[in-house]
Design a binder for this molecule. Sequence first.
Ligand SMILES: Nc1ncnc2c1ncn2[C@@H]1O[C@H](COP(=O)(O)OP(=O)(O)O)[C@@H](O)[C@H]1O
Ligand SMILES: [Mg+2]
Length: 396
Amino acid sequence: MTGNYTLRALNPFMPGVGLQPPELAGRMKEIELMDGMVARTKLARLDRGLILYGLRGIGKTVLLLHMKGIADRQHMATFKIEATKNAERAYDELFRGLPLAIARIGKPDLRQRLMNAFSSVESISFEFLGVKALAERSAASYVTESYKLQLLIERMCEELKKDNLGLYLFIDELQEMASEPLGDLITMQHEMGQENLPFYIIGAGLPDLPGVLAKSRSYAERLFEYRHIGRLSQEDTEDGFQKPAKANGRPFDDASLEKLVNLSKGYPYFIQAYGAAAWNESDSNPIHADAVTRGIPEALHMLDEGLYISRWQRSTPAGRAYLRFMAEYDEGPISTSLIASSFQKPGTASTARAALMELGLIYSPEHGKVAFSIPGMGEFIRRVEPAEDQTYDERR
Ligand SMILES: Nc1ncnc2c1ncn2[C@@H]1O[C@H](COP(=O)(O)OP(=O)(O)O)[C@@H](O)[C@H]1O
Ligand SMILES: [Mg+2]
């Protein structure tokens, strides 16, 4: 028994938002891309920024963090923030991130030069420059912030460039960013590039992120390398299960591995859930297929709790009706007019759609169509049939 408890405690799998997986399977191309960017920075060569986009639970956040680790190890100035719909908070976080990035710089003389650059900008009176007056007249009252941010980033990059280093700004959930700071960031990526300065935005977000950026600034398309982060190949999925299992002394046998690959469909969040459950259910070494089968309810429970239920609860009754209709059509893109025709008042459907998009539950893969942002959401709705008019918790 004791042995079993120890083995259970060794379970390497664990689903969770942004949790570093025991094995970051696949993603070699994206990692090489980051290695390349950093190598070029060290040779004083310029690059474009980088945008990672894909469904929820596909592994964008952990990839973003892994990339930050690469830049950190090569002594680049880095910081990471999560985008927010509140413009003021977004600017605050950007201003707080910059001194943090400076503080983490190892070379004392460079750190000092960066600090000097920082305080020289801080001490400039923007009122004197007439910016304040401009700000008061302008509808967007973020002119001062935007000037300051740009000047700060420019001065910092000038210093970093002297040492063949660069400033890497990692932004998660970038599709959520308030429009003023988002526009500023894209403009900065553009202008720093024109000035030959090493400033890079590495953004991650939902599948419609490229469209959100293009809408903010028409030239955004040219400024970034865009990478779709998708499901893992069969081989990478196998690695995602087998490498951590082997490393922890209890591999999967062939039949259990095949079953896990099929259940997970190459979705990283699913790999962690089904891997964790099978490990817990197994009383043999290697792990057999029957443990995978016994683990299915626990895995589904982890997926429901981690991915679906809270999002279902956050949507309105009309939103839930919208989602339920979508679920009847499985996971693929579905025509918005078809959904609207199932509503008595078409206006209700479009309001519900807008709210669901705002919540990041659905996105528009092409004009006139919508799809779930979370893999398996349709299957969840069909399987659990959560109530539309009350919270799911109350019904359980
Ligand atoms: N390449 C991968 N291999 C195995 N597991 C992964 C991989 N990428 C992510 N995961 C796991 O999947 C889950 C979701 O990852 P996360 O980065 O939060 O996704 P996203 O940001 O796209 O929603 C986490 O539990 C994480 O450990
Ligand atoms: Mg994420």
